[in-house]
Ligand binder design. Structure first.
Ligand SMILES: [Zn+2]
Length: 377
């Protein structure tokens, strides 16, 4: 198996699209909140085509053995994480994840300019991204916090990698690995700032690296790698397209302030709510391996992106029909609100209790975080 040598680091992808909405299917401008305003091109309900999303579920890249091992680990945590680790009161624990952001950008060697259009992010802009992650994760119990590293040099919270040739920068298009060449690119990105795997301390598994790149193919917005207990963490981290980061809030299809929240979920082993589709058992070893996230189906573009149509065209959520047999309307709405769905930022507001427990268990068991008792100032 071509991925066996990466020892369980598996990419998961957010937002791969079959076509480029930038050029061919850009959604019309919105009438946000203005009910009764007829959109210019209202699709049928549900629409048969979708303007921006595709799907690359993480399970596409699992070997059966890897999947089985992962499921076994997840199932083994059930119930134990509340009694065997940390403080006396399960919910009153905190882990702080040190975050390292690697910003790739182009700058003319003479003018040495730093512009957003060329990928530059100021420290304040990076901090705002981390603040959003913390805001979204703030309801998680026990607590999961993200903190930019305060070190210097190789431990700096923000590292800049400068391209001096615009052509090099424009070609810095990074794909979620589906072959050796693509994996080599991702590995190089990580090794450029983290060094070879053989020289890294085991504490690296507790370091969340976020790499911004020029762009990703097929309108992919970001991808991350699921951890495993045997992983060397060679390419561990979140990779995110700076082209997406430029999208304004008015661009519903591409404005994803919660993308890092979603990707951090992957980093802590959470999978998409639609993993396995409607047929997956809603168990610790089936689907997304979280029992309180309803079964879901991504085969219909509409259902995975109902938020978009709701916001774009003013559809009434009460009209939504759960795509899974036996599924309820409430479950459908809950899925659209879940950070690990492919819903839009405007609709995603929560992790389920099961997802919080799973992320916590992964942080303690896979990434070996040692929690502190109580909150951290
Ligand atoms: Zn994802």
């Amino acid at each position: 198996m071509r991925f066996s040598f990466i020892l369980g680091l598996l990419p998961v992808v957010l937002g791969a699209a079959a076509t480029s909405p930038d050029t061919t299917e850009a959604p019309p401008s919105l009438n946000f909140g203005q009910t009764g305003v007829a959109p210019p091109t209202k699709p049928t309900f549900p629409p048969t085509t979708h303007p921006y999303h595709g799907d690359s579920p993480s399970s596409n890249l699992w070997t059966p053995a890897q999947k089985a091992s992962f499921q076994q680990a997840v199932a083994s945590w059930d119930g134990k994480e509340v009694t065997t680790k940390g403080c006396a009161v399960y919910a009153d624990q905190t882990i702080t994840i040190p975050v390292f952001v690697v910003v790739h950008y182009y700058s003319n060697p003479i003018s040495n300019d730093k512009t957003r259009a060329h990928g530059y992010l100021s420290p304040a802009q990076v901090q705002a991204m981390i603040d959003q992650m913390n805001k979204d994760w703030s309801a998680s119990k026990p607590r999961v916090r993200f903190a930019l590293s305060t070190g210097t040099g190789a431990n700096a919270g923000i590292r800049y990698v400068v391209f001096r040739k615009i052509a090099d920068w424009n070609n810095f298009i990074v794909a979620p690995p589906s072959n050796q060449a693509e994996l080599d690119v991702v590995t190089t990105i990580a090794e450029n700032v983290r060094g070879p795997v053989s020289s890294r301390p085991s504490s690296q598994m507790r370091q969340l690296f976020i790499y911004t790149v020029k762009a990703m193919p097929d309108s992919t917005i970001a991808f991350a790698f699921l951890p495993s207990s045997s992983s060397p963490f060679s390419v561990d981290g979140i990779y995110i397209s700076q082209e997406y980061l430029l999208k304004p809030a008015s661009d519903l299809a591409y404005h994803y302030p919660h993308t890092l929240t979603h990707e951090a979920g992957h980093w802590l082993t959470l999978e998409h709510t639609f993993e396995g589709g409607c047929d997956a058992p809603n168990t610790l070893t089936g689907g997304d391996m979280v029992t309180d996230t309803p079964r879901w189906d991504l085969s219909s573009n509409f259902y995975s992106n109902a938020c978009y149509y709701y916001k774009q065209y003013g559809y009434d959520f009460n009209k939504i029909v759960n795509p899974c047999p036996g599924g309820t309307k409430a479950q459908a709405i809950a899925n659209i609100a879940n950070y690990m769905s492919y819903s839009l930022a405007e609709c995603t507001t929560k992790f389920t209790t099961g997802q919080q427990k799973r992320a916590w268990a992964a942080a303690i068991n896979f990434r070996k975080f040692v929690p502190v008792c109580g909150a951290v100032a």
